[in-house]
Write a protein that binds this ligand. Structure first.
Ligand SMILES: NC(=O)c1ccc[n+]([C@@H]2O[C@H](COP(=O)([O-])OP(=O)(O)OC[C@H]3O[C@@H](n4cnc5c(N)ncnc54)[C@H](O)[C@@H]3O)[C@@H](O)[C@H]2O)c1
Length: 435
């Protein structure tokens, strides 16, 4: 089985199925198609499937042209019919791994996916999980289920975990240039996994187990969360000491070794950094260990919107205004610059807190024309154009996300008060508060 699969990978006759056509799955499917490999994208969302088959991208940072090239040559097709899994040789799962209401891992998407494809899994396939999760998931949730069909791992099928490291909107890296970590359940699984990803990715890093690969991804994201928490705490200290944290970070970053700059902001956002660390917190309890760094950075980062609100209140107070009935414009709804993803965005939490205190809320984001449907927040708003007239109507403008495509000079010129959480304005201006 292994040799047949390796042969198919080598001569590129392998057919790949990617399940979950979201931020991770869609670029991955396009990367396989661009390398000349036939790909079928699967999703439970018929709208996404229809758009893919029509060559229309639903992400602003992925041009439709790229998608069209893949679909035109018929290298990429999409389907909602999981029975088609029997026609693919590689199954790659990129479905969500959120937290539930108790902030515990919610593996229901992974489990639903494996349950729905289980009847169609056949011998000779490789199954790869890419969703971020705690160590042990691949073997506890996938291995046992696939083996229940009577297949033997490493012989009849091959199981790997390979975490996704996609950084949407980052112009310096794409799916194929980001090195990829792969762990296999057996040595044969690993060999197949390395060959599979080696087809589209410049550098593949083999690890000794799926667990090591699962923990690698969590370490990367916990490292970011902890360092962002640290720099947010430093920001609050520097503020009290009347020191400009941005000047300090820029200076520290001149050290050629031993320091990596992280930047403060209005809080953590996105599907990864605010969520993934708590996958380890939950699993670590099974081993009697409490994850103190994770909890602490989570606590500091979650407090950030509150800190920004206080800065807004103070700034308005200095202008003899109260927050109640003030017009507040939030620049940037997405959780980070140059993308349209608003999941867990601190901008939204900020808007909610300000609204609760009686402010009239507006937002402007070139990537998010209308306030999207969200589980915990509801605003009936569309993105406001940044014009002199609109800016003069505002009592306060908050720079929450620093998209490149925003006229910051115009904002500076016509705003009474700016609360800048992203270090857009490095010099000191009368109307700018660094927060
Ligand atoms: N977004 C990122 O930048 C990023 C980066 C690295 C890792 N990850 C991880 O990758 C995984 C996917 O994240 P994402 O951002 O692509 O999520 P997403 O929400 O953008 O996409 C997930 C897709 O899966 C589909 N889906 C849900 N259940 C399904 C099922 N049972 N069968 C088929 N399709 C199903 C959804 O309709 C959606 O289109 C998560 O584990 C995430 O933590 C995300």
């Amino acid at each position: 089985m292994k040799d047949v699969l390796l042969q198919k990978i080598e001569n590129r006759s392998i057919v790949v199925g990617v399940i979950g056509m979201g931020y991770v799955g869609l670029p991955l499917a396009i990367a396989f198609a661009r390398s000349g490999i036939k790909v079928v994208g699967f999703d439970i969302d018929p709208d996404k499937i229809q758009k893919i088959n029509s060559g229309i991208s639903y992400f602003k940072h992925i041009p439709s042209k790229l998608l069209k090239e893949a679909t035109n040559e018929n290298k990429l097709t999409a389907s909602t019919d999981f029975a088609d899994i029997r026609y693919v040789d590689a199954v790659i799962m990129c479905v969500p791994t959120p937290l539930n209401q108790f902030r515990e891992p919610d593996l229901s998407y992974v489990i639903n996916t494996i349950q729905s494809i289980l009847p169609y899994i056949r011998s000779g396939q490789v199954v790869s999980l890419e969703s971020t999760t705690y160590p042990g998931t691949t073997e506890e949730e996938l291995l046992t289920r696939i083996e229940s069909r009577g297949f033997k791992v490493g012989e009849d099928f091959f199981l790997i975990y390979s975490p996704e490291r996609e950084d949407p909107g980052n112009p310096n890296f794409s799916t194929s240039t980001i090195p990829k970590v792969v762990g296999g359940t057996t040595k044969s699984c690993l060999d197949v996994g390395v060959a599979l990803y080696g087809n589209i990715i410049e550098k593949v890093i083999p690890l000794s187990s799926t667990k090591a690969a699962e923990l690698t991804k969590l370490l990367e994201n916990i490292y970011r969360s902890v360092n962002i928490g640290l720099v947010n705490e430093m920001k609050m200290i520097a503020d009290k000491m009347e020191i400009d944290i941005w000047e300090v970070i820029d200076a520290a970053a001149t050290k050629p070794f031993g320091f990596t700059p992280f930047y403060p902001g209005p809080g953590l956002g996105g599907h990864c950094i605010p969520i993934d660390p708590f996958y380890l917190t939950w699993k670590a309890k099974e081993y009697g260990i409490s994850t103190k760094f994770i909890e602490l950075s989570g606590e500091i980062n979650t407090k950030m919107p509150e800190w920004v609100v206080q800065k807004v209140i103070d700034g308005l107070n200095d202008n003899e205004r109260s927050l109640k009935n003030s017009n507040v414009l939030v620049i940037g709804l997405a959780y980070k610059k140059n993308i349209d993803d608003v999941r867990e965005s601190p901008s939204v939490e900020l808007m909610e807190q300000l609204r609760k205190k009686g402010a009239n809320i507006f937002y402007s984001d070139p990537y998010v024309p209308h306030f999207p449907k969200m589980r915990d927040y509801k605003f009936d708003l569309s993105s406001l154009d940044i014009t002199k007239e609109n800016l003069t109507l505002m009592d306060c403008v908050i720079i929450s996300t620093n998209h490149d495509d925003v006229d910051y000079d115009l904002i500076l010129k016509h705003s009474k008060l700016i609360v800048d959480t992203r270090g857009v304005y490095r010099k000191n201006y009368m109307n700018v508060i660094k927060a």
